[in-house]
Each structure stands twice: as structure tokens, then as C-alpha cells.
Design a protein around this ligand. Structure first.
Ligand code: ZN
Ligand code: ZN
Length: 390
């Protein structure tokens, strides 16, 4: 089959690789009909996230048709059924899965010991996302093996198109969870850093959850325009002071809720801080840049909540913990507990409350995948979200 394969930094190729096979009785094989490139794939493309190996198949946003199943899938799926696959692999039976904390499933990461060394505990297995999270082959491919397939799936109504439901596997519940974790009240201003795909889903979720005002911060004109179309006030951080504008928009109080939809590759508008973080990253004293986190802590209204869906991989430096503590801020974060939210979100899409396909700007075949990684990373050609059809 053809698949997008990681070969090294900025080197992803469309290769021919062996078809996946059933390896465990709870596996299913899916014929992928539609998949996407996610912002967090760029951390692998740029190789700032450790644990990739040459030959790894990329991709954790995909959907398709069930073509084969092990005996252990046990009637949970049928041949020919169309499913979206959540990016977090879940067993459905461990203590964490039973509590709905699916992204920290205790059983689905087959490289538990590496994760325990890095993080103190294992987290869930993820598709196409480093050997720290199981080294499972991803879904930017014609076929994919889904482990624990009797639980690791999202059923979707036939009358909704692939593009309407594809993002239920990652960015839509990711934005939704980020907004839910901010505990949005009708009196709240919610400030969101990053108007990429997750930022866009977060801001629409914050609007659906009834925020008084949603503010979105970015510097890319077409992303800011899409944010305004979704109901946000925007701040262009290349042109304006984020702190001044947020204070203006909140009568000097600061936003009650701040959401980081950027993560570990933040670019600070403050040159000195950017140089500091870049240098420390270069000599491996700091793995993640933290300029968004610092700004959020500084501007957030005391007793507010910081929600972090943006992905971090390791260590950050110079975090203003004094401001964090004295202002009494709460931090909520985590990879997305996808299946915790999807029953509700499928209904919202079916009801027409939201059509997540608004974010798609590029539709291409798999063989154009490698150049699309570059276009998406460089934000060229007004690229916001790339969908691939294998
Ligand atoms: Zn993702
Ligand atoms: Zn589990």
C-alpha cells in the first residue's frame, strides 16, 4: 500500500510499504477513505518531538471502512462499516478508561517503559506519533491497523460526509475539551492563542458554550479572518500588543479564561525572549518554547483558568510561577479524551450546530502529502487544514 513515511527532519515521503495485518484478536484493519495532516504532525516533521524512527507511517486523523477484524472485536463493528478513528487508542477497561480519562489509558501504549521514564507514568497509545506513545503506524495511508478496535472507534451517521465527521477523531474534540476545561461562564472573556485548526475549533466551541466574548490571537491574516467569521474578536500579535489589547477588551481586568492552542513551537514577538528560548533549545537545555504560557499567566485575571490543548513534549524554562501562584490560577491540560466527547459532538454536527469542515483549505491525494507538509508548516498558499484522500 502507499503511505506517508517519516525519514527524518523535514523528510516525509509517499512510499510503498507492506499492508498492515491483524496482530491481535481485538484488531481491525481499516481502508482509509479520508485523512488529514494535524498541527501536531508538524512537531514530528520539524523533529522537535523525540522518539520517531525511520519508516514510521505518519497520521492520527483518519477515517474509513472496516475491511477485516480479529475475533475479539466481537460484534462491536461489522465489515463495511464506516468509522472515524480517535487518535488516542483506548482499551475501554482499565481504571482510567472507566473514568473517561481515555488519553491516559493504562494499557494501550505498548512502549510503557519508555513513557514511564519520560513522564513518570504511561499515557495512551497514539497513532503515528513517536515510540513514546507506542510507535503505532499512522493513518496517512491506504490501510491502517486499529488496535483495541472494539473500543477505539467513533460511529457516524451515513448521511454525514467524510469531511463533516473526520475531525471528530482529533481537532474538534480537542478544541471542545479545551473550552470545557476552561469552565466557561456567560460573563467570561475567553482568550485563545493560536488560530490554527485547533484554535478555530476551540473558539467555535467557546461560542457554543456561551462565552460573553471570545478573543483570538495570531498573526496570519487568513487565520484571523476565519476566526472573525466564527465569532471572535481578533488580535494580530505581529502588529499589536496582546497584553494591552486584552486589557482594553476587558476593562483592564484581563480575560477570565486563557487557552494555549499553540504549544511547544511558540514564536515570541519579544525578540530577546525568543533568542533565549531558541538558544536553550539548541543546546538541549530546554525542549519547548514557552512564550504563550508566560503571556497567559501574566494577562489572565486572578482566579482564572488556563487551559492548554497545545502540545508540549518536554521541559520549559522561565515559567513565572510566582504570578501563577499568587494570582491563584488553575491550569488544566492533557491530550484529548476523544471518546468522552464524541457522542455529544456527533449529535451537534448532525443537528447542524456546527460543520467542522469549514476549516479545510486544501484537498489532495496521498502522493501530494509530502509537499503539503511543507505548505502547511510554512502557512503558504493560505493553508489552514489539509485533507488527503488515499
Ligand atoms: Zn492531532
Ligand atoms: Zn484503558
Amino acid at each position: 500500500m502507499r503511505a506517508l513515511v517519516w525519514h527524518g527532519t523535514e523528510d516525509i515521503r509517499c512510499d510503498t510499504v507492506p499492508d498492515p495485518k491483524i496482530e491481535d484478536e481485538r484488531d481491525a484493519i481499516i481502508k482509509v477513505t479520508t485523512c488529514a495532516i494535524c498541527g501536531s504532525d508538524l512537531h514530528l516533521y520539524d523533529h522537535v518531538m523525540p522518539g520517531m524512527e525511520k519508516g514510521d507511517v505518519m497520521g492520527h486523523e483518519f477515517m474509513g471502512e472496516v475491511v477485516e477484524m480479529g475475533r475479539g472485536v466481537n460484534g462491536a463493528l461489522r465489515k463495511g462499516e464506516r468509522i472515524v478513528v480517535p487518535f488516542t487508542i483506548i482499551c475501554g477497561e482499565c481504571d482510567q478508561c472507566k473514568r473517561g480519562y481515555f488519553s491516559v489509558c493504562e494499557r494501550s501504549n505498548r512502549n510503557k517503559s519508555i513513557a514511564e521514564k519520560a513522564f513518570g507514568h504511561t499515557t495512551a497509545g497514539l497513532f503515528g506519533y513517536t515510540h513514546l506513545t507506542g510507535g503505532y503506524q499512522g493513518g496517512q495511508a491506504e490501510y491502517v491497523r486499529v488496535p483495541f478496535a472494539d473500543k477505539t472507534h467513533i460511529k457516524v451517521p451515513d448521511n454525514l460526509s467524510d469531511e463533516q465527521v473526520l475531525f471528530l477523531g482529533d481537532i474538534f474534540p480537542t478544541g471542545w475539551q479545551a473550552a470545557v476545561q476552561a469552565d466557561i461562564q456567560p460573563t467570561d472573556t475567553v482568550a485563545i492563542w493560536g488560530a490554527g485548526p485547533v484554535g478555530q475549533m476551540t473558539l467555535r466551541s467557546a461560542v457554543l458554550l456561551g462565552a460573553k466574548q471570545v478573543v483570538c490571537i495570531d498573526s496570519v491574516p487568513e487565520r484571523l479572518e476565519m476566526a472573525r467569521a466564527g465569532g471572535a474578536v481578533t488580535i494580530d500579535n505581529a502588529q499589536e500588543s496582546v497584553i494591552e489589547r486584552l486589557n482594553e477588551l476587558t476593562n483592564g481586568k484581563g480575560p477570565e479564561k486563557c487557552i494555549d492552542a499553540v504549544g511547544m513551537e511558540a514564536h515570541s514577538p519579544r525578540a530577546l525572549e525568543q533568542v533565549y528560548d531558541r538558544l536553550k533549545q539548541a543546546v538541549m537545555l530546554e525542549s519547548d518554547r514557552a512564550s504563550v504560557l508566560r503571556e497567559m499567566i501574566y494577562v489572565c485575571r486572578p482566579a482564572g483558568i488556563l487551559s492548554i490543548p497545545g502540545v508540549y513534549g518536554g521541559l520549559v524554562d522561565k515559567l513565572p510561577v510566582g504570578a501563577l501562584m499568587n494570582k491563584g490560577l488553575t491550569i488544566r491540560t492533557g491530550q484529548t479524551h476523544v471518546n468522552r466527547w464524541t457522542d455529544d459532538l456527533v449529535k451537534r454536527v448532525a443537528d447542524g450546530q456546527i460543520d467542522p469542515s469549514f476549516v479545510i483549505t486544501h484537498r489532495v491525494g496521498l502522493e501530494q502529502g509530502p509537499e503539503m507538509y511543507k505548505t502547511f508548516r510554512d502557512k503558504k498558499d493560505n493553508c489552514i487544514k489539509v485533507v488527503l484522500r488515499p
